[in-house]
Write a protein that binds this ligand. Structure first.
Ligand code: ZN
Length: 295
């Protein structure tokens, strides 16, 4: 008899390299912080191999062109590669056509370097527009992972939401695009990386483990069939003290009953098959919008 896992763990790594800094600065020393990502990549791949974990790496096109060998090493180790923009840009100021252009450039680079067509997308720094959903549907994406409407259960994204500062929120209609929710509390960057004007935290790995393990333990106890998604960055988590912490957390999670590690597309595919959009929309899902169901 095949039993559903009690909790799935998806380890995700945003392989930003220099792209995340180029979007912010022209200072070469600052930009070089991104070089630590590919430098630490062998350590991260070795840890995943040692623990027999298949993970998900979101890669901007700019990173793929700068570090093709690293990206091919990720692919060759069997990990999933997802779309993460072109050069970690915020698409909002680019307009619809500009966003479409950088979305395509990112895809083209991943295809040229590694021959992959991603099933999933995570927007750079969570920067998302109403056009983003249109692009994801056009390109046949299975899932998205930038929104925060739940924690340990996916949901279907909506298209056509409208809001203003003077009227009630208007919910659009759910669409066939699975949201694999992210959380800034489960992201290594704001917790542990110093960045002027954005995050000045230098939280001890032991404290980060307390937060992450507490979230995991809650999910394991209270959300059967759920998914625990961790967002790490090779240039952040790749430091020794943090990598040791992650290894300890992996060991803790693996020691719990019914826990499996899997790439994000595998969980999203299973969840979508088990929760057809039509039935899910008719359920009591908060993400459909309570105001709409009260009419
Ligand atoms: Zn990123």
């Amino acid at each position: 008899m095949v039993t559903e896992p009690q909790l799935s763990v998806c380890l995700s790594f945003d392989f930003d390299a220099m792209s995340v800094w180029i979007a912010e600065t022209d200072n070469p020393a600052e930009i070089s912080r991104g070089e630590f990502g590919p430098y630490a990549m062998p350590r991260i791949l070795a840890l995943l191999e040692k623990k027999d974990i298949t993970a998900t790496f979101f890669v901007p096109g700019h990173t793929a062109l700068a570090y093709p060998r690293s990206v091919c090493a990720i692919r060759d180790a069997g990990h999933e590669i997802g779309h993460h923009g072109w050069v970690h840009e915020n698409p909002a100021p680019l307009g619809k056509d500009g966003e479409r252009d950088v979305f395509q450039r990112g895809l083209d680079a991943l295809e040229a370097v590694a021959g992959v067509r991603p099933l999933g997308y995570r927007s750079p720094s969570g920067d998302f527009t109403l056009t983003t959903v249109d692009l994801l549907l056009e390109h046949g994406m299975l899932y998205e992972s930038s929104c925060c409407g739940s924690d340990f259960l996916p949901y279907y994204l909506r298209q056509g939401d409208r809001w203003s500062k003077t009227g009630p929120y208007e919910f659009g209609r759910p669409i066939d695009l699975v949201e694999m929710p992210m959380s800034w509390a489960l992201d290594d960057f704001p917790l542990m990386e110093f960045s002027v004007g954005w995050s000045t935290e230098q939280t001890a790995p032991s404290t980060v483990r307390e937060i992450w393990q507490g979230e995991f333990d809650y999910a394991h106890a209270h959300v059967p069939g759920g998914v625990f998604i961790l967002t790490c960055h090779p240039q952040v988590i790749g430091r020794g003290s943090r990598l040791l912490m992650l290894e300890g957390l992996i060991d803790h999670m693996r020691a719990q009953p019914g826990v499996v590690f899997e790439p994000m597309h595998a969980y999203a595919e299973r969840w979508r098959a088990d929760h057809p959009l039509k039935e899910w929309t008719l359920s009591e899902s908060t993400q459909v919008g309570q105001a709409a169901s009260n009419e």
